[in-house]
Design a protein around this ligand. Structure first.
Ligand code: NAD
Length: 260
């Protein structure tokens, strides 16, 4: 990258988003962090990234289920950094239950946060990316964007939808040096996954240890969780000029899960 780029990474106060933000800051990019959590911890992370890497790191508390918050986050980021070069749509939540017991409000929240937020952020950043003639949009889908598992109807629907949107936007902006790709991780041991272990145990009638061994790592041939720094490295590569011809893809990083 010839000049310092500016990136927004949604849902970057923990897990994969934080891993991507770390990789970006480490490569000299300015980053807007977003997400929920303990305010003092978030501020510590923000300052640590700034001081370690000598870049600007901002924080937005925008709720990705609220289009008004999203517009404000993008507007503030542009005002503070001048322009947005890279957008990572990563914020996400999960709920595990059979569909006939699936709470309506969980369905709505998962579709809003895991899918519709990416529509609103993309719509907000694209006009400037087009006028700059350069941009990178990276959508965190999932192996569950490619295949299903029971009891995750909203999540699987949202992630399949994310792949459809990725392909569509990639085609719309293909001639403008803007690439749009989806990363499809297998299981990564983040708070999102830790929280679903008890519910999956209940839904399947097995122990929490069995959930990790058989449900999560059973289908992942490497028998290892994917690491957040591996996903950070891939996101960084997608931002490079070497990745200029990679667009409209769904890139599995799943230890072989979807090869089966
Ligand atoms: P995580 O729970 O560690 O992080 C989720 C982030 O999203 C946090 O920063 C959280 O504060 C933020 N967030 C949640 N609701 C939000 C909202 N309404 N507005 C703004 N921010 C919000 O989870 P993770 O595992 O790092 O997941 C990140 C993304 O990767 C998600 O889209 C998830 O579906 C996807 N993913 C995760 C895995 C995995 O195994 N962990 C696998 C495949 C895909």
């Amino acid at each position: 990258m010839s000049q310092a780029k500016n990136a927004i990474v949604t849902g970057s106060t923990s897990g994969i988003g934080l891993g991507i933000a770390e990789a970006f800051a480490g490569a000299g990019m300015n980053v807007v962090l977003n997400g929920f959590g303990d305010q003092a911890e978030i501020e510590q992370t923000r300052v640590r990234l700034e001081e370690t890497h000598g870049v600007k790191v901002l924080y937005s508390a925008a709720d990705m289920s609220k289009p008004g918050d999203i517009a404000e986050m993008v507007g503030n980021a542009k005002a503070a950094l001048g322009r947005i070069d890279v957008l990572v749509n990563n914020a996400g939540i999960q709920h595990v239950a059979p569909i006939d017991e699936f709470p309506d409000e969980k369905w709505d929240a998962i579709i809003a946060i895991n899918l519709s937020s990416a529509f609103h952020t993309t719509k907000a950043v694209l006009p400037d990316m087009k006028s700059q003639g350069w941009g990178r949009i990276i959508n965190l889908a999932s192996a569950h964007g490619l295949v299903a598992s029971p009891f995750k109807s909203a999540y699987v629907a949202a992630k399949h939808g994310m792949l459809g949107m990725t392909k569509t936007v990639a085609l719309e902006v293909a001639e403008q040096n803007i690439t749009v790709n989806a990363i499809c991780p297998g299981y990564v041991l983040t708070p999102l996954v830790e929280k679903q272990i008890p519910d999956t145990a209940k839904a399947r009638g097995i122990s929490e240890e069995e959930v990790i061994k058989t449900v999560m790592l059973g289908g992942q041939p490497t028998k290892k969780f994917v690491q957040t720094d591996e996903l950070g490295a891939l996101a960084l590569f997608l931002c490079s000029d070497a990745a200029a011809s990679i667009t409209g893809t769904a890139l599995p990083v799943d230890g072989g899960w979807t090869a089966q």
